[in-house]
Design a protein around this ligand. Structure first.
Ligand code: TRH
Length: 377
């Protein structure tokens, strides 16, 4: 019999929580033949990721996943075999009671945020006894083989390689978004939070001899782009050129298409958690705009990732990328660090593919979760 899974997701803000949990849910269904219910407390964020979804529906099927609204006045349901609370969201107490009352106790997992910090290794997979008397296990995604790994669909890297070798498919995809780059223009995507220094980076791109076509999905960075362009009300489809830089605003696309967009670009600026991972699977150099935490804990996370990512690269290249990432995340002027980084472009490009292939040698997060469940049984 198929195992059943309940995944609970509260949308804190943005799209990462729902983006990660929906990706996981789909993969459990498509690759592991599981029955999955995904409980989301804000379906409007979900509907952005999954066009065609109904933001008002109490229940709906999306890619084989039963997507359910998680209401505040929770009525307990029969718990699944595996219950995942994503990112420390709190299960309704009545549901915990239902889990306790189930004749076959469910496996209760807390899926944590992604971090490259070393302490994660020591905590991954550890149980903790809850006041309810049930054990809860902590499951950490990560970049080392001592963690739960990263979300990666089967055949993803092979699909990317096929797409890269098919310029007609790339052109067709770009045309669906109304993108028609000048011959020789380098494509860069920009999905980031607000950034005070953005204008200095745009100026660098505009002054570069190599033309750049910058693709900007609608979202939080648009205000900074508008300020630099000196225009207001940028909407998807807007196209503006300044010297050697063309800026095009894109609609928010479905997750599968966002991958294709990353694959078409020579460089990607990404943020949060899920787009950060997707950009690594794209095998291109990137800037990570990390999600800012109140206690500044994000800086340790950024440095921990850089330490792993830069291992094996010459010091000068590593320093150049570190400066760019740190200056970006601090909202600083980007002129000097970006101009230095350009000297290392070729090396960073081959390194990005190498890193992707190395990471892809590890089991993906969904497979690791399924294995954890089977071993627990
Ligand atoms: O939206 P985010 O900033 O989410 C963040 C992070 O997850 C952060 O860790 C978390 O604490 C915070 O939310 C609450 O960035 P992220 O994680 O990259 O999620 C964006 C999702 O949107 C990802 O699944 C990719 C998807 N996406 C599309 O599907 N289409 C698009 O056009 C774009 C730009 C993104």
């Amino acid at each position: 019999m198929k195992a059943s899974w309940d995944i609970f997701c509260t949308v804190v803000d943005n799209f990462g929580d729902v983006g990660v949990t929906f990706r996981l849910a789909r993969q459990l269904v498509a690759e592991h033949d599981m029955n999955v219910r995904l409980w989301i407390d804000d379906l409007s964020a979900f509907a952005r990721l999954c066009p065609g979804a109904d933001a008002e529906a109490p229940q709906q099927w999306c890619d084989g996943v039963r997507v359910c609204f998680w209401p505040k006045d929770w009525q307990p349901v029969e718990p699944a075999d595996v219950v995942i609370e994503a990112f420390g969201c709190h299960l309704p107490p009545a549901q915990i009671d239902a889990m306790k009352a189930r004749s076959q106790r469910p496996l209760w997992l807390n899926l944590e945020y992604l971090s490259a910090e070393e302490w994660v290794t020591g905590c991954h997979g550890l149980p903790s006894l809850q006041s309810s008397g049930i054990q809860k296990f902590f499951f950490f995604p990560g970049f080392r083989d001592t963690t739960g790994g990263l979300l990666r669909e089967a055949g993803l890297i092979e699909r990317r390689h096929g797409f890269e070798q098919d310029p007609a498919a790339q052109r067709r995809f770009l045309a669906t978004l109304g993108i028609d780059p000048q011959p020789g223009a380098r494509l860069i995507s920009l999905f980031a939070y607000e950034h005070e220094g953005l204008g200095s980076w745009l100026t660098c791109l505009a002054q570069d001899q190599q033309p750049t076509h910058l693709l900007v999905p609608e979202g939080r960075i648009i205000g900074d782009v508008e300020r630099w362009l000196g225009v207001g009300g940028l909407e998807p489809g807007a196209l503006h050129a300044r010297d050697h830089l063309t800026i095009q605003v894109l609609p928010f696309v479905r997750q599968e298409d966002y991958d294709l967009l990353l694959w078409c670009c020579a460089f990607n600026v990404v943020r949060g958690e899920d787009s950060f991972v997707r950009a690594q699977w794209a095998g291109r150099p990137l800037i990570w705009h990390i999600y800012e935490q109140d206690d500044d804990a994000h800086w340790a996370k950024l440095d921990a990732f850089l330490e792993l990512y830069l291992a094996g690269l010459p010091d000068e290249t590593g320093q150049a990328l570190t400066h760019v990432w740190r200056d970006w995340n601090a909202g600083h002027d980007m002129t000097q660090c970006w101009n230095t980084l350009k000297k290392h472009w070729g090396e960073l490009t081959s390194h990005a593919e190498r890193w992707c292939l190395e990471q892809a040698l590890q089991d993906d997060l969904t497979t690791a979760l399924v294995r954890f469940y089977r071993n627990w049984l």
